[in-house]
Design a protein. Structure first.
Length: 118
């Protein structure tokens, strides 16, 4: 059973930094993408950043240069380093695993709240 456990959210002042972690277990996909999405109140869930099994990364335009996605393959853990945080970054951040096994399968973490406020 695939499990995604997120951690690292919290309250931070504008301009501050946070690092989110997502530990994945119970999967054996050879082809997969892990990513971070976020959902602010009243808005749709949106992609923040993703990383493929081969290490390729993708970022939403608004996060380029501020956020960095990385992974530890040995620990099956993906990180999202968020710098220069803005109030508009406030949202629930979700970890996603999209794995290919004859078709694409999606798994989600429970979400972690990030609040940027003074």
């Amino acid at each position: 059973q695939v499990q995604l456990v997120e951690s690292g959210g919290g309250l931070v002042q504008p301009g501050g930094s946070l690092r989110l972690s997502c530990a994945a277990s119970g999967f054996s996909f050879n082809i997969y993408v892990m990513g971070w999405y976020r959902q602010a109140p009243g808005k749709q869930r949106e992609l923040v950043a993703s990383i493929t099994n081969s290490g390729g990364t993708n970022y939403a335009d608004s996060e380029k240069g501020r956020f960095t996605i990385s992974r530890d393959r040995d620990k099956n853990t993906v990180y999202l380093q968020m710098n220069s945080l803005k109030p508009e970054d406030t949202a629930v951040y979700y970890c996603n695993l999209r794995g290919f096994n004859y078709r694409w399968l999606d798994y989600w973490g429970q979400g972690t709240q990030v609040t940027v406020s003074s």
